[in-house]
Design a protein around this ligand. Structure first.
Ligand code: HEM
Length: 544
């Protein structure tokens, strides 16, 4: 567009805004005094000037203005707000449509590009210097946690003491704890089997993952597995906390405001589960204060070592060892490590139980590798099972627990994506579900088809990105992997049998879906976590 035409549009916008405001002033003139009228008039005039200048800058002068996309999205954040906050997590789907019109690099807000080129993913989410876009730092209310840390170097420093705790080797030593917790879950499932009550699978798996992560990191026994109904309120509070995500992204100061409210008011606004989360947070804060109070002791090899001991023992600067920051870190780890894996675990059971032939193939593999139920294979042995691995890859493609768009900026590099040259410091984002559901990468993307991951299959592991990549990729990915492999294998092997009927059809015994189908797991909205149809999502099975 030529500069003269752009200026004409800017001028016309200004005139329009001024005219609308003037009409408003004339309308209220009847009701207010002359003095108030004058105040309103000049305020609106100032506001108009500011708005017109902002819009002119965004549309014509900003470094984002060179990229294609709807003008309204480039002019105002209300465009994003409309699709995500008002229409409920729909911007991801609108972005998909806009990519079809505008191409792989798209301006989706005044200061964000969305990029759909799967081959650019490893460039964007790389180990090189990448900052997080500031908008997302506050998104979950923990701006000083590793997740909320904007600057690349500061993120590296803060993450360094945590990496060994979550390394593959460390998770291997954790296997007895994971196995013990899965056995506790099996015992509770046996009670459900006796009473013939449907098992709420997602709540059960959230109890499992929550018990594992709190024991592993904080030596805390939350015992949600044995709690009535698996303490479903914790799952609901975790999910409920993201309900406000899109509003918080537009008004980040709301988080600080909410934190000032008394607990009882928070519970009334956000539901009773928040009370449990608050109890848990208080417990963590006490634990941190206790450790900080015995600063002389934390360097010795304590028996009940928690993640805080590692952070306090590290060379992190003193301000990063404050109780407030450690508490933010702890909250991030627990919330990131609970609902995410529970979503994938419950998804896997739905996909498999709806597909007896594929479940049969998996059961045959498991029975061979795992002949005695009392002697379960290790995580490493399970990782060598090709069909189980394919089932988990396909589950993570279709139903991973994170749907929000991940953002990065390259502060000191110009990046090239196809024909586009992206200057330093531009906020760029990608929605993993849009890559995972791209039919040119994964034909018939909504079909559960583990075979696509087997040797000779069409799927390329390069495009499977549930945990993201680069220096900020999921801290808990090895833990999540151990939980997925060990839980799926143990629960199936303990409760499920399959056989071929006289007519050649596969008969599944021991477990069946209860009032549950794909609608209970298929994502139709992005609320940070993938959200299924309203009123659905309570994945239940009967054990018999
Ligand atoms: C299937 C399960 C899981 C999925 C799909 C998943 C996915 C992700 C993704 C996509 C990110 C990157 C966010 C970003 O780039 O900003 C992330 C970060 C993170 N995840 Fe996970 N996650 C899972 C399980 C876990 C578990 C079990 C833990 C527990 C410890 C965990 C802890 C974290 C933390 C602490 C971060 C922030 C890392 C950072 O910013 O450096 N996640 N996860």
């Amino acid at each position: 567009m030529q500069r003269s035409r752009k200026s004409a549009i800017a001028f016309a916008s200004y005139i329009l805004i001024a005219a609308i405001s003037y009409c408003g002033v004339v309308a209220i003139n009847t009701y207010v005094s002359t003095l108030t009228h004058a105040t309103i008039f000049y305020s609106l005039l100032l506001l108009n000037g500011y708005t017109a200048a902002t819009i002119t800058y965004r549309l014509f002068l900003s470094p984002y203005a060179a990229f294609p996309g709807p003008k309204l999205a480039g002019a105002t954040y209300w465009y994003t707000f409309y699709y995500d906050a008002i229409k409920g997590g729909q911007y991801m789907y609108q972005i998909e449509k806009l990519h079809m019109k505008y191409g792989p690099v798209l301006r989706i807000s005044p200061n964000e590009l969305h990029i759909i080129d799967a081959d650019f993913y490893d460039v964007l989410f790389s180990q090189s210097r990448r900052n997080k876009a500031p908008t997302w730092s506050q998104a979950f209310g923990n701006p000083d946690s590793i997740f909320g840390t904007i600057d690349h170097h500061q993120h590296r420093i803060r993450r360094a003491p945590l990496n060994p705790y979550f390394s593959k080797g460390s998770i291997r030593t954790l296997e007895p704890l994971i196995r013990e917790d899965i056995s506790r879950l099996v015992s509770v499932f046996r009670d459900y089997q006796k009473t013939k009550e449907p098992v709420p699978l997602k709540a059960a798996f959230a109890a499992l993952t929550s018990d594992i992560v709190t024991q592993f990191c904080f030596m805390m026994q939350s015992d949600y597995i044995e709690a009535d109904g698996f303490n479903v309120m914790v799952l609901k509070a975790g999910e409920g906390a993201t309900d406000a995500l899109h509003v918080v992204l537009q008004f980040p100061w709301l988080v600080s405001l909410l934190k000032l409210l008394p607990d009882s008011m928070m519970a009334r606004m956000l539901g009773p589960g928040i009370g449990l989360l608050q109890d848990f947070q208080r417990h963590l804060e006490q634990q941190i204060r206790d450790i900080l109070g015995s600063r002389d002791d934390y360097r010795v090899d304590v028996k009940h070592k928690t993640i805080f001991h590692d952070i306090l023992n590290s060379n992190l600067p003193e301000q990063d060892k404050s109780a407030k920051r450690l508490s933010e870190e702890a909250q991030t780890i627990v919330s990131a490590g609970t609902v995410t894996t529970a979503t994938s675990l419950s998804g896997a059971f739905v996909y498999l139980l709806l597909d007896p032939p594929r479940l049969h193939t998996l059961m045959q593999e498991l029975e061979k590798a795992f002949p005695e139920i009392s002697k379960p294979p290790t995580h490493a042995q399970l990782e060598n099972l090709p069909y189980l691995t394919a089932v988990i890859q396909e589950t993570l493609r279709l139903g991973s627990g994170v749907s929000f768009r991940l953002t990065r900026t390259a502060p000191d590099k110009t990046l090239q994506c196809g024909d586009y040259v992206i200057p330093p410091n531009i906020n760029m984002s990608t929605h993993a579900p849009l890559i995972h559901n791209n039919p040119s990468l994964f034909p018939s993307p909504s079909t559960f088809n583990p075979e696509r991951w087997l040797p000779g299959g069409s799927a390329n592991p390069k495009y499977l990105i549930p945990y993201s990549r680069g220096s900020r990729q999921c801290l808990g990915m090895h833990l999540a992997s151990a939980e997925l492999y060990m839980t799926i294998a143990t629960i199936l092997r303990t409760f499920v049998r399959t056989e071929v009927g006289d007519d050649g059809a596969i008969i599944v015994k021991g477990m069946s879906l209860w009032e549950t189908d794909r609608r209970d797991v298929d994502m139709i909205a992005d609320i940070g976590l993938p959200r299924c149809e309203r009123g659905r999502g309570n994945v239940r099975v009967l054990l018999g």
